[in-house]
Design a protein around this ligand. Structure first.
Ligand code: CUA
Length: 297
């Protein structure tokens, strides 16, 4: 069966080529070794002999492995080059990673927690992280590329078959690394276009906070999770630690904004400074949506 992405065949070919030549070498070396052990055993050869060098042999065992590794290099390089050169006109999708969730942003501003992609069209992936290094890994597509904070990394792929594919984080990024999962949903191109337009544009505050993974750590019903609950938070007086000193603040627009941009500046007493700075994943309008949302809780 053909691969799920346009270059999965290329990666597989390289993999099987390297695995195949490794197995041949392993068998060849092992068989020769056993043969020599038997042939030159002590009982048959009680006197050790000097062996003169052989130019032919030495040339052979230098040239053959060199050719072999150059062939491996060629396949690896040729495949890598294809994977790094995004074709012109590819559909842009921004992948945003954070501890410990994924979200996806499309050209028209639409956002989602599952990555929707059109079958048969190249997708240009922009990779971003809000906090630490995560790795965008779609095994079925043979695609793995890091999301590095403070750096714009990229990748691309073209899904060849409809389907729902696993998306994993392949870089250890803290406690919940193993739960940092999502799906890539490959749909026919026209379905994708319809999906993209439907409910396009900016999500609501509630939806935005779900997409950005806020709700994993902050409840809205007063339950204490990793971070404080949003319930009744707005306008409340809160004791926070600022630069190691405890002080009182009022939760207002400015405090929420600062908490999004510099989450560890004022940490509410009783909580750990764990939240990633969301500055590069939210614009001014997003921040206002979140403030309005928290006001209503
Ligand atoms: Cu993110 Cu591991």
């Amino acid at each position: 069966m053909a691969g799920a992405s346009s270059f999965s065949g290329l990666v597989d070919k390289t993999f099987w080529m390297i695995l195949g030549s490794s197995v041949i070498m392993l068998l060849g070396i092992t068989v020769t070794m056993i043969y020599f052990i038997v042939k030159y055993r002590h009982s048959k050869n009680p006197e050790p002999k000097d062996i003169e060098g052989s130019t032919t042999l030495e040339t052979l065992w230098t040239v053959l492995p060199t050719v072999l590794v150059m062939v491996m290099f060629y396949y690896g390089w040729a495949g890598f080059k294809v994977m790094r050169d995004t074709p012109a006109g590819a559909t842009p999708i921004t992948v945003q990673a954070r501890m410990w969730s994924w979200s996806f942003k499309y050209e028209n501003g639409k956002q989602s927690t599952e990555m929707y992609v059109p079958v048969g069209r190249p997708v240009a992936v922009k990779l971003e992280s809000a906090d630490v290094i995560h790795s965008f890994f779609v095994p079925a597509f043979r695609l793995k590329e890091d999301c590095v904070p403070g750096r714009n990394n990229h990748a691309w792929f073209q899904a060849e078959r409809e389907g729902v594919y696993d998306l994993l984080c392949a870089e250890y990024c803290g406690d919940q690394h193993s739960t940092m999962l999502a799906k890539v949903v490959a749909v026919p191109a026209d379905t994708f276009d319809v999906w993209l337009e439907r409910g396009g544009g900016r999500p609501t505050g509630a939806k935005l906070m779900q997409i950005k993974g806020c709700v994993a750590c902050h409840s809205i019903d007063g339950t204490k999770l990793i971070g404080p609950s949003y319930k009744g938070m707005y306008g409340r007086t809160e004791r926070v630690i600022t630069n190691g000193v405890e002080r009182e603040i009022t939760v207002d627009d400015e405090y929420i904004r600062r908490s999004l941009l510099e989450p560890n500046a004022d940490v509410v007493v009783g909580y750990q400074p764990q939240m990633p700075a969301m500055g590069n994943q939210l614009d001014e309008e997003d921040i206002q949506l979140i403030i309005d949302y928290i006001k209503r809780q």
